[in-house]
Each structure stands twice: as structure tokens, then as C-alpha cells.
Design a protein around this ligand. Structure first.
Ligand code: TZP
Ligand code: MG
Length: 217
């Protein structure tokens, strides 16, 4: 069955927020998040494992799902809800063999060709971007804009699609109206660490104004 993605898919960032993954997860859940990705490009595997274990406990206590960025080993060891793979990570087929069919696998794509190839992979959702300019990712791929996102919407078939990169309160609706099933967001939710729950709930509320026609697709 196709994965039912929430309209807003927050991703943690300890550098930007200055907060532990577990604390960010708690605040995001307080704001209404039900699916959260843990992303850490700086911690070593041992630290990331320890932080992810603590964050997973918070998520489990609140029936939210946690996806681990990059690290299939950590997702497997902790029995997390899923893993998010990038282009340089281990192949989706290998991750699927290790994790089994129930675990969510997401896959990042940055251009039309990658998105096309990804439609035949054993993954549960595609991420596409950066749709807009982002300062959060080091060495991001070129900005795609909403028009290329629309082309991906047209080719992806029934695979759920997450738009990522520079998504804010001002452009989230445009991206969802273009046909993305969800928006993955870092800076707009975490840059003000005192307002994570508030911003999460505001962004979710923004997406509720989507027309039924768009949100049913
Ligand atoms: N992949 C493409 S853009 C991006 C990632 C991880 C960063 C998104 O962060 P922000 O702050 O929402 O632009
Ligand atoms: Mg990655």
C-alpha cells in the first residue's frame, strides 16, 4: 500500500537549532509532526546512534514515526520506522534486503533523470529538490524551481513525492498545489529554536487551506 505522508515532514538539524535530536523531536511532535527525519552530517556513527535511540524513545511514546538519514545500520539496529537514502548511499535494493518490506525507505533525487530512474526502485517515497535556494545543505544540487517539480509530479506515477529545499511559510502551499504530497522542511521550522512547536503547528495549519481536489491527489 502506498505510504500516506503527512503534508509537513520535518527534518532535525542540531547545528541550526543547537538542540539534541530528541528535544527537537519532542517539540516537533508537540507542534503536530507525525513523521520526522533525523539528519546529522556531523556526529560520528556512535553519537548519532545514541542520539537516535533517545529520539526514537520520544517518538514511540507519542506514536510518531522516525526516519534515519543515510545510516541503514542505525535504522536497522534501532528498528526505526525507516531510512532516507541519498544518491551516494547504499543502493535501495540492498537497503530493502536488509530492512525488509515493512520499513519505510525514502530516496533523494535532484533532477528529472534521477527521479525517472527512482520510479523503478524499491522505495516508498521520493524526495525532490532543492526546489528553492537553501542554506542548510552543504554543496546543494542546482535549484530546480516549481516547474521542474511539476514534471516530476507528472512522471512519478503513484510514488509519494516530498519536495525539499528552501520551503517556507510563503511557498509551501505553492509546492503542494504543484502536486508534491509533502514538504520536507529544516530551517523554516528550526532556525528559531524557541519556536519549533509553534512553527510546526503554523506550517501544518497553512497546509490545511489546500483545496480538497489538490490534497486528494
Ligand atoms: N536536500 C536538498 S535541500 C536540503 C536537503 C537535505 C536542505 C533543506 O533544508 P531547508 O532548510 O528546508 O532548505
Ligand atoms: Mg544521504
Amino acid at each position: 500500500m502506498s505510504l500516506d505522508l503527512p503534508k509537513v515532514y520535518p527534518i532535525t538539524d542540531t547545528y541550526l537549532s543547537g538542540l539534541s535530536h530528541a528535544y527537537q523531536v519532542a517539540r516537533l511532535i508537540e507542534g503536530g509532526a507525525s513523521l520526522i527525519q533525523l539528519r546529522d552530517k556531523h556526529a560520528n556513527p556512535r553519537e548519532f546512534y545514541r542520539e537516535a535511540a533517545a529520539a526514537l524513545k520520544v517518538a514511540r511514546d507519542h506514536h510518531a514515526r522516525l526516519i534515519i538519514n543515510d545510516r541503514v545500520d542505525i535504522a536497522l539496529a534501532l528498528k526505526a520506522d525507516g531510512v532516507h537514502l541519498g544518491q551516494p548511499d547504499i543502493p535501495a535494493e540492498a537497503a530493502r534486503r536488509l530492512l525488509g518490506k515493512e520499513t519505510i525507505i525514502g530516496f533523494s533525487t535532484h533532477n528529472i533523470q534521477q527521479a525517472k530512474l527512482a520510479t523503478s526502485l524499491p522505495v516508498d517515497y521520493l524526495a525532490f529538490g532543492p526546489v528553492f535556494q537553501t542554506s542548510t545543505k552543504e554543496k546543494p544540487d542546482p535549484v530546480t524551481g516549481v516547474s521542474v517539480l511539476r514534471e516530476v509530479v507528472a512522471l512519478k506515477g503513484s510514488l509519494p513525492l516530498v519536495a525539499i529545499g528552501g520551503i517556507t511559510f510563503s511557498n509551501a502551499l505553492e509546492v503542494l498545489e504543484a502536486g508534491a504530497n509533502s514538504v520536507a522542511v529544516i530551517a523554516a521550522l528550526l532556525a528559531n529554536p524557541a519556536k519549533i512547536a509553534e512553527n510546526m503547528s503554523k506550517l501544518l495549519a497553512t497546509t490545511l487551506t489546500l483545496s480538497n481536489e489538490t490534497s486528494a491527489s
